[in-house]
Write a protein that binds this ligand. Structure first.
Ligand code: ADP
Ligand code: MG
Length: 533
């Protein structure tokens, strides 16, 4: 199982080599500190051993970095360590030796440097070497000096206890090192995730097309992204850590949350910047600072202004041609009448008739001009308490003449008194315009129903007729000034009505079925307060 990445193993092998030298040096130093060189019974053997370990270390250091199969390299070292240790035990009395603990250290080292399996392999090697040494000693095959004669049970006991400890050590250290490794791996993964996420966030912030800036609660700048630098022309070096409005006076601190536009002077150019400021809260909901997102709106605003200008010009043009058209018609008939009068050899009755036409046309011209002025130059509302029902009564009175001409019946569906705040003169005009349109839409007779319903804060006034209805294609245009389908119409009635209702902050809607009638609905607020200032 080669799960370990070579870099980790390489480091561990380095540590193993270093640890071995330190251990042997310390071992040597402690031993001679307590014994003195001459008194130590095995001083010569000890010296060879130490020289051997140092020599091995030099060889390992030379090979380190050259050997590709690191596992093999580590195993070799561990096996050689066991051999050295067995020799040490042999020199120091075999069964009587104090130094069998060094085998345990090597077993520990193998499960730390390699893995659990290596721990067991080295434990097995240790058992075989130690067991063989003691056996050979017992049968006297190799000569080992002992101070006292040793019994059979003691040999067996020593072998048994050592082998057990070798395996227990391999098991425990293997278990711990594998646990450690998985935790390490998990931590590493997590660390990688977090680093990844941070990097990702940073990338997002920098790639945003909008300026992004965050400040702490006292207005000191924390983040200032690339787009923010580009829009403001300010390098982040010069703003991060400083109070934002010291560097950017248009970002006035303390911040007012919400959206607003600011004019921003970069020195050589005035920019319009759209800012959105929102609080920046921690997970616990406590405010930590502010987030400012901003865009350069200069170009958009310029375009908007240009479009608006163009639209205005277009509307003025359209309106002018409509007025010209409306005025030309009556002028033409005026001119015709006057020309005929000038040539003038016809009976008195004919003359009277021509004069009549001229006067009517003049009246019409006058009406067009007056209506147009009402439409185009609205006067301020003259608010008062108005009884809508009384106002509708008066309107119906005025309508009666034209209604009876067309055989139109008028129904009233309202109570006696509903009061609202409004301009009575202007509302009267709206009612008359709607009433007249209804009557004119029923040339062969019909019914006009005027109804009022009282809602909570508003009232709704309906003008319902059983007339011609409005064709689908005209629906969009009927509120435009000068749109008319009538021979004698000015096309200003509904345009004026719309404007007046708008001034009252109300609404005007309609329902129509071509061929069977139309209902105009006016919705008005009851309390029409004047705007302050
Ligand atoms: P005018 O009455 O001078 O034509 P208006 O602005 O009052 O101008 O009306 C515009 C047009 O809307 C009318 O010419 C007509 O075609 C249509 N219209 C308005 N009210 C009604 C209605 N009650 N029934 C049918 N058509 C209507
Ligand atoms: Mg009209």
């Amino acid at each position: 199982m080669f799960s370990e990445e070579p870099e980790g193993l390489k480091k561990k092998i380095k540590a193993l080599i270093a640890f071995r030298v330190i251990f042997i040096t310390l071992f040597f130093a402690i031993t001679f500190f307590f014994w003195g060189f001459r008194k130590f019974p095995y001083h010569n053997q000890f010296l060879y051993l130490i020289i051997g370990v140092y020599a091995a270390t030099i060889v390992y250091s030379i090979l380190y970095g050259k050997i590709k199969n690191l596992r093999y390299f580590a195993y070799t070292q561990l096996v050689i360590d066991i051999i050295f240790e067995t020799i040490l035990i042999y020199f120091t009395g075999g069964i009587e030796s104090w130094y069998s603990f060094t085998l345990i250290i090597t077993i520990l080292a193998s499960s730390i440097v390699l893995d659990k399996k290596a721990g067991f392999v080295i434990a097995t090697q240790s058992s075989i070497f130690y067991g063989s040494l003691l056996n050979l000693q017992f049968y006297g095959i190799i000569p080992v000096k002992t101070e006292y004669p040793v019994e059979v049970t003691e040999y067996l006991y020593k072998i048994f206890i050592h082998v057990s400890f070798f395996y227990i050590t391999a098991y425990l250290s293997g278990y711990l090192s594998s646990r450690l490794e998985t935790t390490e791996k998990k931590l590493e993964e997590k660390d990688f995730d977090i680093k990844d996420l941070e990097f990702f966030n940073q990338e997002i912030i920098e790639s945003l097309p909008s300026g992004l800036c965050t400040t702490d609660i006292r207005g000191r700048t924390i983040i200032f992204n690339k787009a923010a630098e580009r829009i403001t022309g300010i390098d982040r070096k010069n703003i991060i850590g400083r109070k934002i409005d010291d560097v950017l006076p248009s970002f006035k601190f303390p911040f007012k949350e919400g959206r607003r536009d600011e004019v921003f002077d970069t020195g050589n150019q005035k920019k319009i910047i759209g800012l959105t400021i929102s609080p920046f809260r921690g997970l616990a909901g406590d405010q930590k600072g502010f987030i400012v997102v901003f865009q350069d709106l200069t170009k958009i605003k310029q375009l908007e202004a240009e479009i608006q200008r163009k639209e205005q010009l277009a509307t003025i043009g359209e309106l002018s041609s409509s007025i010209a058209h409306e005025i030309r018609n009556p002028l033409a008939s005026l001119k015709g009448s006057i020309q005929m009068l000038k040539e003038g050899t016809f009976p008195e009755s004919h003359r009277e008739k021509l004069m009549g036409i001229a006067l009517t046309e003049m009246d019409r011209l006058n009406r067009i001009v007056t209506d147009f002025l009402i439409y185009s130059r609205p006067s301020p509302l003259n608010r008062d308490n108005v009884n809508i029902c009384a106002l509708l009564d008066t309107t119906i009175e005025i309508l009666k003449n034209s209604a009876s001409e067309n055989k139109v019946l008028i129904n009233r569906q309202y109570s006696n008194h509903i009061e609202i705040v409004a301009d009575s003169g202007k509302l009267q005009q709206v009612f008359l315009n709607l009433g007249l349109n209804a009557v004119e839409a029923m040339p062969d007779g019909g019914e006009l129903t005027v109804a009022v319903s009282d809602k909570n804060d508003t009232i709704e006034i309906d003008f319902k007729d059983t007339g011609t209805g409005i064709e689908e294609k005209n629906l969009k245009k009927i509120f435009y000034p000068f749109f008319t389908t009538k021979e004698q119409g000015t096309g200003l009635g509904l345009a004026i009505a719309y404007r007046i209702i708008e001034e009252h902050k109300g609404a005007i809607n309609l329902e129509t079925v071509h061929g069977s009638g139309t209902t105009f609905k006016i919705i008005l607020p009851k309390k029409n307060e004047e705007k302050q200032g």
